[in-house]
Design a protein around this ligand. Structure first.
Ligand code: NDP
Ligand code: BG6
Length: 513
């Protein structure tokens, strides 16, 4: 890891040497890290956070002295928490050698405290238990807010109440949603900052922890063949596509007050766009990277309603199987206009990207599952092959695809000659398929992000000015859609989504890849 060094983090000196055993080698410091998962009984904690913590432990990335606490209102003993964690272990480690033994050891470090989210008293009980485990060592504390956003501030108030330590650090990972528009997001930030400094707030966007999103900057800035082409001069359009082949399944209550634009576009897809389009940062330092992301976000035009298409999935039956409508979810009102699909065209008004459409498409209950970036290049200038292969070449310009998931890959579509005596052109892929090239499994995004938060690495977390700039792009259109009660185009569950998305792309002379 190139970020390995000795750094001052939150006032305390921490030794970073990111190798699996680095924490045990820095024994002389005698620090301890405790991770408290607030909302430990919830879906995200079970599905992602505990499995990621276990994977880090299995790979020896957690410090020698670490403790994990679950906190929630549900009544549970330590044993019941351990039971829950071991039963819901869905991590990539679960079929590995010695998984059972390591799991036993890991579980012995896990504890539970039941309490209310607004109760200082209950958090004091947690504090007492934490102190028992921290005795004699420099205490570092990480709180992961895996709870609904309306209780973020209460929890931060209680968790930080009287708990500050002069030597160790306290950090808080905040899950999305960070507000639902510019105003509520600023309010949330201001409220959190009554108790925390910006440096202590780790706003998570798990897409930033995905391997191929991490790789974007390596691809761009360490390969001579890409960076010179990375501009309006050579790129016709960029597409950021997210699709899921399942509906809101159990999250309808949350989803209905947010919708797909807030759930996916304003954060996951926009973060990818920022990394894709930013200028070269001065260094790999977190602040230098985040400065460039903010700059590019601020160069973007706020999205206009004419450049958005919204859709909502409807139920149907096929082959004896029936698929539900979005509004069949008991937590969604029958007359909900919340989009489960959206397509949008965004523009960056700077010298590099002037006039290049950045098209986003995100939807639930579609025909496929995946996330990818498609970069469509311009036509080759000149007439050499176009004289004979005009239409063919018009259709088949170069395209670079970065498939974030599943089956991570980077491939470049090129034109080549079909072997033989004739002259026919063919389209082929120069393909880097991760599973073929690397035998090592790709870690889950939450593993990377939890490790970074423990190490104080902020590069993959969202700074407050970045968040402001992101909301500024989407807030006006979200308000307009809601005020005008724009009716979403209905599309059948499992289809390719509303046709309106194709008209939007055609308006900019683009075909979705
Ligand atoms: P849950 O709805 O499962 O809530 C987590 C825990 O919070 C629950 O187990 C419950 O614990 C407590 N809780 C739930 N509702 C309330 C309420 N109204 N008032 C007080 N406490 C409540 O959420 P998730 O685990 O799905 O998500 C946690 C956070 O992560 C949310 O902010 C979500 O938006 C975000 N997120 C979730 C993803 C996912 O895939 N699930 C993906 C990305 C982000 P108890 O009753 O025991 O106190
Ligand atoms: C979450 C959204 O942030 O990302 C969910 O709230 C979505 O609606 C999820 O399903 C997708 O994440 P991933 O990692 O499964 O692609």
């Amino acid at each position: 890891n190139s970020f390995a060094d000795s750094s001052i983090v939150d006032g305390s000196v921490t030794n970073f040497e990111v190798s699996p055993d680095h924490f045990s080698s820095s024994e002389q410091i005698k620090t301890t890290v405790s991770v408290t998962v607030v909302g430990a009984s919830g879906d995200l904690a079970k599905k992602k956070i505990f499995p990621a913590l276990f994977a880090l432990y299995y790979e020896n990335f957690l410090p020698e002295h670490f403790t994990i606490f679950g906190y929630a209102r549900s009544k549970m003993s330590d044993e019941e928490l351990r039971n829950m964690i071991s039963k819901t272990l869905t991590c990539r480690i679960d079929k590995r050698e010695n998984c059972g033994d390591k799991m036993e050891k890991f579980l012995q470090r896990c504890f539970y405290q039941s309490g209310q989210y607004y109760s200082e008293e209950n958090f004091k009980e947690l504090d007492k238990k934490l102190k028992e485990r921290e005795a004699g060592k420099v205490p570092n504390r990480l709180f992961y807010l895996s709870i609904p956003p309306n209780i973020f501030v209460d929890v931060v108030r209680c968790a930080t109440y009287g708990a500050s330590s002069p030597t160790g650090w306290t950090r808080v990972i905040v899950e999305k949603p960070f507000g639902r528009d510019s105003e509520s997001s600023r309010e949330l930030t201001a409220s959190l900052k009554q108790y925390l400094t910006e440096d202590q707030i780790f706003r998570i966007d798990h897409y930033l922890g995905k391997e191929l999103v991490e790789n974007l900057s390596v691809l761009r800035f360490s390969n001579l063949v890409f960076e010179p082409l990375w501009s309006r001069q050579y790129i016709r359009n960029v597409q950021l596509i997210f699709s899921e082949d399942f509906g809101t399944e159990g999250r309808g209550g949350y989803f209905d007050s947010y919708g797909i634009i807030r759930d996916i576009m304003q954060n996951h897809l926009l973060q990818i766009l920022a990394l894709f389009a930013m200028e070269t940062p001065v260094s790999l330092d977190a602040e230098d990277i985040r400065n460039e992301k903010v700059k590019v976000l601020k160069s973007m035009r706020p999205l206009e309603i004419e450049d958005v298409v919204v859709g909502q999935y409807k139920g149907h039956s096929k082959g004896g199987k029936s698929y539900p409508s979005y509004t069949d979810d008991p937590k969604v009102p029958n007359n909900s206009l919340t989009p489960t699909f959206a397509a949008a065209a965004l523009f960056i008004d700077n010298a590099r990207w002037d006039g290049v459409p950045f098209l986003m498409k995100a939807g639930k209950a579609l025909h496929s599952n995946g996330a990818e970036i498609r970069v469509q290049f311009r036509h080759v200038p000149g007439n050499l092959y176009r004289r004979n292969f005009g239409t063919y070449l018009d259709k088949n310009t170069n395209e670079l695809v970065i498939r974030v998931q599943p089956n991570e890959a980077i491939y470049l579509k090129i034109n080549n000659k079909v072997p033989g005596l004739g002259m026919r052109l063919d389209r082929s892929n120069l393909n880097l398929l991760y599973s073929a090239k690397y035998s090592r499994e790709i870690p889950d995004a939450y593993e990377r992000l939890l490790l970074d938060a423990i190490e104080g690495e902020r590069r993959l977390f969202i700074r407050s000015d970045e968040l402001d700039a992101a909301w500024a792009l989407f807030t006006p259109v979200l308000k307009e859609l809601e005020e005008k009660h724009v009716f979403p185009e209905l599309y059948p569950f499992g289809s390719r989504g509303p046709v309106g998305a194709h008209y939007l792309a055609a308006k900019y002379n683009v075909r979705w890849g």
